[in-house]
Design a protein around this ligand. Structure first.
Ligand code: NI
Length: 388
């Protein structure tokens, strides 16, 4: 049987698992039951695994012949969302919901484990299965990488089920797919005083306001107009009382872009503006820059392999083009260690009320996408390993 047929054979198994994960969703770093269930299923298949990053699991399937190593990744955490769907497998954990489709990711990867385990004869190399915690905090992948899961991995492949794409279609194109997402904090130090005598102090509120305005020139004047980027200040805290000159103000914001060179340059740009603007007002400013996740950029060769894999399963009409998205995805952490591709697998179907956006209380999926995802994981792994 080919991958598609094996996936169809296991369709009910994959759907049942997805519904079970959906019924018992767990937030980031607390995927205890989910992790335990994944291990139980791997035990049944007699696939060896190790625990990593707390609730993470890495399973290994050795092919018949020696060769390269490919990693397949599924994230498994849920969100603080109150489910509004009326389904038999509705969330039983108050206030927590699989509203991003990660229930499907875990189930599809277990489905792929079944398929690959039955196809060992055809595999030249090693397949690693990454069940990753805490994607929604952009922390899980980093922790997995720190614990060495990418050592010896030649290529990595991930799937995100995607509500903007119709069920039966998949996007795997090369290039930027999701944005980097970092956090910054600027602390402005001035000098306090009486609001009626501003000349005796250094007003941190005025200084911070000037910094907010000057930051607007980063995207508009310093970055190429052909690049997409964002610098947003979302929080401004300063001062204590209407007639007191503020001696301190704190700004917090986020940066986004699809070009990891720009991402590297952001801290220098923000620091230069913060410090020099502050200096021109006789104040001081400190920048604290916290990296979140890099931009997710699909590598060319892996994307072409993935495109062929999709064609084998769905034909040419299964390939769909999709515009990149400004959300972040910590799959990018794996891409810093090996080339790879993330595929967006369509789950949209109006007739099944699967047409709400991700993170919405009524998010749901056309479950016909699940065997497609499992087959794609398995097909990509086999194609990648067999490729010259
Ligand atoms: Ni997600």
């Amino acid at each position: 049987m080919n991958m598609k047929e094996l996936a169809q054979k296991n369709k009910q198994y994959i759907i049942d698992l997805r519904r079970e994960f959906h019924k018992y969703p767990e937030p980031s770093w607390k995927e205890v039951r989910t992790s335990k269930r994944i291990k139980e299923e791997l035990d049944k298949m007699q696939i060896p695994y190790i625990s990593v990053a707390g609730t993470g699991v890495v399973a290994t399937i050795e092919g018949k012949n020696k060769g390269k190593t490919v990693a397949l990744r599924a994230d498994i955490d849920a969100l603080q969302v109150n489910e509004a769907n009326d389904v038999s497998y509705k969330s039983q954990n108050e206030g927590i919901m699989h509203a991003c489709g990660h229930d499907g990711h875990g189930a599809m990867l277990l489905g792929a484990a079944k398929i690959l385990n039955e196809s060992k004869e055809r595999i030249n190399g090693t397949v690693k299965l990454f069940f990753q915690p805490a994607e929604e905090l952009a922390e899980g992948a980093e922790k997995m990488v720190q614990e060495g899961v990418m050592e010896g991995v030649d290529g990595v492949f991930g799937i995100h089920l995607w509500s903007d794409l119709p069920c039966g279609t998949v996007s795997v194109e090369e290039g930027p797919r999701m944005a980097s997402a970092d956090l910054f904090k600027i602390k402005v130090v001035g000098k306090g005083g009486h609001g009626s005598l501003p000349h005796q102090g250094v007003d941190a509120v005025v200084v911070a306001s000037a910094i907010v305005m000057d930051l607007q020139s980063v995207v508009s004047r310093e970055i190429s107009p052909l690049e997409s980027a964002v610098v947003s200040v979302g929080k401004f805290v300063g001062g204590t009382r209407f007639n007191v000159i503020a001696d301190e103000a704190v700004l917090e914001g986020t940066t986004r872009c699809f070009n990891n060179q720009i991402r590297k340059d952001f801290p220098k740009m923000l620091e230069r503006i913060a410090k020099n603007t502050a200096a021109s007002y006789r104040a001081e400013a400190e920048l604290e820059y916290t990296p979140g996740t890099p931009a997710t950029i699909n590598e060319v060769v892996c994307s072409r392999v993935a495109e062929k894999s999709v064609e084998k399963l769905l034909g040419k009409e299964g390939i769909i083009k999709m515009e990149k998205v400004t959300g972040g995805e910590d799959f990018a952490m794996y891409l810093e260690k090996a080339p790879g591709t993330i595929a967006f697998v369509g789950v949209r179907n109006e007739e099944k009320e699967a047409d709400y956006p991700h993170h919405h209380p009524r998010f749901n999926m056309d479950e016909d996408a699940l065997p497609i995802g499992s087959a794609l994981y398995a097909q990509f792994a086999t194609d990648f390993l067999n490729e010259k």
